[in-house]
Each structure stands twice: as structure tokens, then as C-alpha cells.
Design a protein around this ligand. Structure first.
Ligand code: SAM
Length: 482
């Protein structure tokens, strides 16, 4: 049996089944241990220092105790601290993005995914470069600046060259004042050489969901195709980092396995990246299984209710305070609204999960990857966020200024976010309002920006931001950034 070793590069050693089971036993044993829980909560709380605000995060064992605890007042405390951490490091900014589905050809047999090879009911489609261009124009015309590209795994139909060509096309399109300034990539696990090519193509985050950390279940849920190889899939982030990609995004598909097991695995994966590469994951996503063509989510008997889902989000926030968290339109407006206060820092808006979906006037369902719960337009989502007290941000500055990996974390840790991310959010929101928003959204937005400008601590930075915002309003100059 493999021993636990967070520094190992072997999947079974850094995601160690024995250690997870021991963690779950420890968490169960201590879930009512109020003294220990208070100690863990105290450790998780953000502290002010001369350099700014700092947080220690939690180990997978500590975080698992919190997740197991169901003493109502302690659960409330977990949520309160999650909100404090969110405010301390991310403020009220929410980064916006949209997925772009390139191809649903796939050679895998993932039993929860409609792209699985045996599904004869889903029409297979792969965008041509002309179609990619049209999709990008449609996304730019909504106001999007940041995309996550998605594709099934198929070495013949979607080889790395196809993905690279699509990235090039996406970055080349500038419709009116539009631009896609950051392309994140969610494609199957691949080789160091291919990760290097993605890095050279200028991608932002490489995202790969583990789906489940439980090896036995993983093998059953991925019965055929290259994705069946648990170790190759689990070790993908190490290869991505070896290929030069600094920002990687983890995730679990909640509903497949027992959530406590997945949670411990997820935090152990983050600890492993920190131990080996000196930097944890840039983001963590929290997808839950949804209905889709040939997929009935009720056959997976580990579905989690909304309150547990919210607790998971809050516990991730406490465990890895410097990691961004993403929630997609798989979730409804209500769930997304509550999750935003518990630590989510990025959301998708107006997503279409079908290949070619953005150029169709009606939302097409035939090639959808999953049912979208939140079907509002981007303008509606932006307005709603502002009405709830958040600042929608279309900022992509960090990676374009070379602030990736540990350099981004340093910005987070040294409290410079209010002098950097905050003005960037306000300037990119101004671009959105001027170029794309409805009159009502503009009215709410400009008022919010005036208020929020006052919060920039450095006079010089505030003056520059004000002047740039005036330029955006009165000219076609765009893309200012700190
Ligand atoms: N093909 C790539 C891979 O295998 O990692 C990634 C792209 S896939 C389009 C993106 C993610 O969608 C998967 O990693 C999975 O977690 C999620 N997904 C698949 N089926 C789903 C379903 N029925 N409901 C919700 N999410 C699903």
C-alpha cells in the first residue's frame, strides 16, 4: 500500500486513500469537539499585519473537521469567516467569464457526460475557424473579455493543433471595441510538451476537473478511453506546471462520490501543488452534476443538497484563502447569490454550453453539455451583481502583466489589491457599461463606480483611475490597467 507523501509526484502518494480515510475518521471523531473547532476557526481567521492582511489556511485534516461539524452556531461561524476572508482578499469584486465550447467529439466513456463516445443521440459538432470567429464576435458583443474554452478529448478531431489554432483565432478577433484578453483552457490531461505549447499560445489558467479523487470510483466512472488512466489524469497539473503553466484550476464534479472524501482529496491536491511547485491552485471550481442528453443525474446517488454545497464552498474558502473560486451557470440565481458571499470570486454569465450556441438566436439544446440553470443575459447578471453589492469585473490584467503563480499570490498577500485589482475592476466595468450595458444597468453602474473610486487608498492611483475612466467614457481608448 502506498504511503502518504504530499511532495511525491505519484498520484497514489499525494492523493493517498489511506490518508483520506484516516482524515475522515479523525473528522468524524472530532466533529463535536467544540474546543478543537474553535481553535481551527481561530487559525483560519484573517489577521492584520504591517504588510497587510494574512491568512494561514487550513490543512486537509483541519478543514475536514469543519466540514464534518454540524453544530449550527459553528457552521454559522465557518460561513462568517469565509465571508471575512473573501472581503479581505477579493473585496466585493466578482470576475466574469464565459465558456466557449469548441467541439463535442470525444473518445472517452465518462458515464456522467453527454459527450461519452457511445451517445448516439447527441449531434457531434466541431467549430471551424470561421465559426470560432463568429462565436467570439457574439461573446464580445455581449461584453465578455475572458473565456474558458472547452472540448471533448479526441486526438483525431480535436488534436492540440486544433486547440492552438482556435486560441490564435480567438485572440485575433476585435469586433468594435471588443477583445478577448484571457483564454483559459479546459481540455483533457495531456503531455508536458502540449502544455508548453498551450503556455506559448498565451493561455491563462489550465483547468482540469479531477471529477473524483476516489480511484476505484474513478475507474468505474471512466470505463473506457484515455481518461480511464487515473494516475495520468491526477498527475496532469504537475505536467502542466512542468510545461510552464503557472496558473492551474482544480475541481471536483460533486455528486459522483462522497463529498467528504472529495473535499479531503481536493485540499490534499492543493497542498501537493504548494509543496512541489511552491504555489497552490489559482482556482477551484465546484460543479455539480446536471441533467444532459443521455444523462440522468438521479442515477448518481451522492447528490448534495444546497446547504451542504454552501458549507463545502465556505470550508474551501477557509482552507485555501488565496485560491480563486468559480461557480458556473450549472447553479441557479439563488444558489449563486448565496455562494458569492461565501468565497466565490468568479462566475460565468449568459453561458451557452452547446457547440456554436452563441451564434444561434434561440438557446440551442441539442449539443448542450449540461442544462443551464441560470439563463439570464450578461446585462441581467451584471445588474443583479451590482444590486447585491458586488462589483462585476472584466479584468484580465494580472496574467498580462506577468502576475501569475506565486507573483499573483504575493499581490493577494501584501494587501495591494485595493490599489491594483480594485481600480482595474472599475475601469473594465466602465468599458462594459459604456460599450454594452442597457440604460438601467449603466445608471446603477456609474453610481457604484463613483462610490467605489473613493475606496482606492493611494491618491495617485485614484487620480489615474478617474482619468482613465473619463477617457473610456469620452473616447474609444480601452484596456487601461495597473
Ligand atoms: N474533456 C475535458 C476533460 O475530460 O477534462 C474537459 C471538458 S468537459 C467539457 C468539462 C467538465 O464538464 C468535465 O470535466 C465535467 O466535470 C463536467 N461535466 C461533464 N458532464 C457533466 C454533467 N452532466 N453535469 C455537469 N457537469 C458535467
Amino acid at each position: 500500500m502506498a504511503n502518504y507523501n504530499p511532495k511525491s509526484l505519484k498520484a497514489e502518494e499525494f492523493i493517498n486513500d489511506g490518508e483520506i480515510l484516516e482524515t475522515l475518521r479523525y473528522a468524524e471523531e472530532n466533529k463535536n469537539n467544540a474546543e478543537l473547532i474553535d481553535e481551527i476557526l481561530e487559525k483560519a481567521r484573517p489577521r492584520k499585519t504591517e504588510q497587510g492582511c494574512v491568512c494561514s489556511g487550513l490543512s486537509h485534516r483541519e478543514a475536514s473537521v469543519l466540514l464534518a461539524c454540524d453544530i449550527p452556531e459553528k457552521v454559522e461561524k465557518i460561513k462568517e469567516i469565509a465571508e471575512e476572508i473573501k472581503q479581505a482578499f477579493y473585496g466585493n469584486r466578482i470576475v466574469m467569464f464565459a465558456p466557449l465550447y469548441l467541439s463535442n467529439y470525444c473518445v472517452n466513456g465518462c458515464v456522467y457526460c453527454p459527450y461519452h463516445m457511445k451517445n448516439r443521440d447527441i449531434p457531434r459538432k466541431k467549430l471551424t475557424q470561421e465559426e470560432v470567429r463568429n462565436e467570439v464576435i457574439a461573446l464580445q458583443d455581449m461584453g465578455h473579455k475572458r473565456l474558458a474554452i472547452e472540448a471533448g478529448e479526441d486526438p483525431v478531431n480535436n488534436p492540440i493543433e486544433y486547440i492552438l489554432e482556435c486560441i490564435k483565432t480567438i485572440y485575433s478577433v476585435n469586433h468594435k471595441n471588443g477583445a478577448i484578453r484571457r483564454v483559459n483552457v479546459n481540455i483533457a490531461a495531456t503531455t508536458v510538451e502540449n502544455y508548453r505549447k498551450l503556455k506559448d499560445a498565451g493561455i491563462g489558467t489550465y483547468i482540469l476537473f479531477q471529477e473524483t479523487y476516489h480511484k476505484e470510483s474513478y475507474l468505474k466512472l471512466h470505463p473506457t478511453g484515455p481518461k480511464h488512466d487515473y494516475d495520468y489524469h491526477t498527475e496532469a497539473m504537475d505536467r502542466a506546471m512542468e510545461g510552464g503553466i503557472d496558473d492551474v484550476g482544480l475541481g471536483v464534479l460533486f455528486g459522483l462520490e462522497m463529498y467528504k472524501y472529495e473535499f479531503a482529496g481536493l485540499i490534499m491536491h492543493a497542498e501537493h501543488l504548494e509543496a512541489v511547485h511552491g504555489v497552490g491552485p489559482h482556482t477551484i471550481s465546484v460543479p455539480r452534476i446536471k441533467r444532459a442528453c443521455d444523462i440522468d443525474p438521479s442515477v448518481f446517488d451522492n447528490s448534495i443538497p444546497d446547504d451542504t454545497f454552501e458549507k463545502i464552498i465556505a470550508c474551501i474558502r477557509l482552507a485555501v484563502p488565496y485560491t480563486g473560486m468559480i461557480i458556473s451557470t450549472r447553479e441557479s440565481e439563488e444558489v449563486r447569490g448565496r455562494a458569492l458571499n461565501l468565497g466565490i470570486s468568479q462566475i460565468s454569465g449568459a453561458s451557452r454550453t452547446s457547440v456554436g450556441g452563441y451564434t444561434d438566436t434561440e438557446r440551442p439544446h441539442d449539443t448542450e453539455q449540461f442544462d443551464v440553470s441560470d439563463q439570464r443575459t450578461l446585462d441581467e447578471v451584471v445588474r443583479w451583481l451590482m444590486e447585491c453589492g458586488h462589483i462585476p469585473s472584466f479584468c484580465t490584467a494580472c496574467y498580462r502583466e506577468g502576475r501569475t503563480g506565486d507573483r499573483f499570490m504575493a499581490l493577494c498577500k501584501n494587501g495591494q489589491i485595493l490599489n491594483c485589482c480594485h481600480p482595474n475592476a472599475l475601469m473594465t466595468l466602465t468599458e462594459y457599461l459604456v460599450d454594452y450595458a442597457s440604460e438601467e444597468t449603466k445608471k446603477i453602474g456609474f453610481k457604484l463606480i463613483d462610490e467605489e473610486l473613493k475606496k482606492i487608498p493611494k491618491d495617485k492611483v485614484r487620480q489615474i483611475a478617474e482619468s482613465n475612466i473619463n477617457d473610456i467614457k469620452n473616447s474609444n481608448r480601452r484596456d487601461f490597467r495597473f
